[in-house]
Design a binder for this molecule. Structure first.
Ligand code: PEP
Ligand code: MG
Length: 548
């Protein structure tokens, strides 16, 4: 019988293919029979060797981003690790159990070694899981490689792993957990991989089982029949509307800048294809998620120029590194924070590592001088006017003239007029503003209804920021997933947004929606949404207005 699962569609498109799963670690059983210690020792030595070799070849393929893999390969070849595992084998453990416990002993030994820095816990755990899986004859943990294109099914997926997905191999992504505005969802969308998150029950799908995924409707159909596949493909073929071209404007000609969110050069072709008027948020951290060492100023200049060069004469807003919370990077260790989304993240990282910000601003300024793009810079996770002023001063010192901040924290939204007195512009980061306004983790799909950008309280905060822009006379744009909802875009424009930033794929749909509404209708849509009792009512009111 055909089983059907529902989740939240976060990246549009349809795909049909066999399931492959992200493999979790396998825990070796404690129970032991008599163990042939000599054979077990040989197995362990071979497994350590093979895992080292595998990591070296992965590192060679990964090029500059393979530094972590090189370090792991070195660690797995450490004779001290092999000696600890051998001891456990001699004490009667099976090879897999000895490896499991041996890695724990190795971690303790390194932690108390005054001469060598302690290894990263996640890297060590990953090594342990690879060695144990090999000893048990199981597939290695992580992204599978079945050799043919597949639908990737996982419990959840980190942004760093999502960023490594190859859209030619991964037909679609399905996760059991995860929220609609999580960075994993954002990345899947920018890679153009249809994706459904928060789909309970998909753990029951078997490896190799054929499934049909609809990233727009948020459904997964197991063993689909020809009729289901045909209907889905017809829906997919229609794709986003591409009929409107040219700059964004309402039906009566009010300009609304249609900007794109990009994470690196892989997004540029599509941005150009859809006629983006500039970049609303360049998520610079996406280029460095797996870096072991901080990127040098020179490396950053090259990376930023690639994006800037694609938009001569157009605005490109480079956001400084938004690391921390669900975007940890190996090159900055922030330690175990009890609640990282409320901890050291975004601009706050500069409190601990000021040079990182100085270097990035230097690189952005240098890259800007070498291109014709109209480069601006903005900081993520700003809470106070003092932070905004401090950031603006650092950016000016680096030689950047147009400086802004993101409004992602309710405190900043409430004092947007003050912020706008110390910076040139602000951009509403709708994903985080919803997360922090509703005390709801954006990576948690279970609470997705609270993150709905049609929530009137969220719209009140956005309206406060946009009103402040009008009073102070400075531009306010909106970025984050809210800006790519074609109906909500009308509300945002009605509230005064000068520009909207979105994933390139959805830009034509928003352009078409704006072209159908007058400025007066947008203002009416805003009033209707703000006056609604809840998100459903807000949505229905605006849809009804536009259907008239
Ligand atoms: C946002 O928070 O809306 C935003 C654009 O930033 P990010 O999604 O990268 O946190
Ligand atoms: Mg954000």
């Amino acid at each position: 019988m055909t089983a059907r699962y529902s989740g939240i569609g976060v990246s549009p498109g349809v795909a049909v293919g066999p399931v492959a799963r992200v493999h979790g670690p396998v825990l070796p059983a404690r129970a032991q029979g008599p163990v042939d210690a000599a054979a077990a020792a040989e197995d362990v030595a071979a497994a350590l060797d093979e895992v080292g070799g595998e990591l070296e070849s992965l590192a060679a393929r990964a090029g500059v981003s393979g530094a972590v893999l090189v370090r792991q390969a070195r660690m797995v070849g450490d004779p001290a690790l092999a000696a600890l595992i051998r001891q456990l084998v001699r004490a009667g453990r099976t090879a897999a159990r000895a490896a499991w416990e041996g890695f724990g002993a190795y971690r303790d030994m390194r932690a108390s070694d005054p001469l060598r820095p302690a290894p990263d816990a996640a890297e060590l755990d990953d090594l342990r899981d690879r060695v144990v899986a090999r000893l048990l004859g199981e597939p290695p943990p992580g992204i599978p490689d079945p050799g043919t294109p597949y639908v990737l099914v996982a419990r959840d997926l980190s942004p760093a792993l999502t960023a490594t997905l190859d859209p030619d191999r991964v037909l679609a992504l399905v996760t059991e957990r995860g929220g609609p505005t999580s960075h994993t969802a954002v990345l899947a969308k920018s890679l153009g991989i249809p994706a459904v998150v928060n789909a309970p029950g998909v753990a029951a799908l078997a490896t190799g089982q054929r499934v049909a995924v609809d990233g727009t409707a948020g459904t997964i159909t197991a063993d689909p029949d020809a009729e289901t596949v045909g209907a889905m493909q017809r829906r997919g073929d229609r794709g986003p509307a591409r009929m409107e071209t040219g700059p964004g404007r309402t039906a009566d000609g009010r300009p609304v800048e249609l900007l794109v969110a990009v994470g690196g050069k892989s997004d540029l072709d599509e941005a150009r294809e859809v006629g983006a008027e500039g970049v609303g948020v360049f998520r610079t951290e996406f280029m460095f998620l797996d870096r072991d060492e901080p990127p040098t100023v020179e490396e950053q200049v090259i990376a930023y120029r690639e994006v800037f060069d694609a938009f001569p004469g157009r605005p490109v807003t480079a956001r400084t590194l938004d690391i921390g919370a669900d975007k940890p990077v190996p090159f900055v260790r922030l330690g175990d924070q009890p609640n990282p989304a409320l901890g050291v993240r975004g601009l706050r990282v500069a409190r601990r590592h000021p040079q990182l910000l100085v270097d990035q601003l230097t690189a952005i300024a240098r890259a800007a001088r070498e291109t014709k793009a109209d480069v601006r810079v903005m900081a993520p996770m700003v809470a106070t006017t003092a932070e905004a002023a401090w950031f603006a001063a650092r950016a000016h010192e680096a030689g950047i003239t147009s400086v802004g901040v993101m409004v992602e924290i309710p405190a900043a939204a409430l004092r947007a007029a003050d912020l706008l007195r110390v910076v040139d512009f602000v951009s509403v980061g709708s994903n985080d503003l919803a997360q922090y306004a509703f005390a709801t983790d954006r990576a948690d799909g279970e609470l997705a209804d609270l993150l709905d950008p049609w929530q009137p309280a969220f719209l009140d905060l956005v309206a406060t920021v946009l009103r402040a822009g009008a009073v102070v006379g400075k531009a306010v744009t909106v970025c984050g997933e809210a800006a790519s909802d074609p109906l909500l875009a009308l509300v945002l424009v009605g509230l005064g947004a000068a520009g909207l930033s979105m994933t390139p794929r959805l830009l034509p749909v928003v352009r078409a929606s704006l072209a159908r509404a007058t400025s007066a209708q947008c203002r009416e849509a805003a009033a209707l949404a703000l006056g609604a009792d809840g998100p459903e009512e807000a949505r229905h009111r605006v849809a009804a207005l536009m259907d008239q």
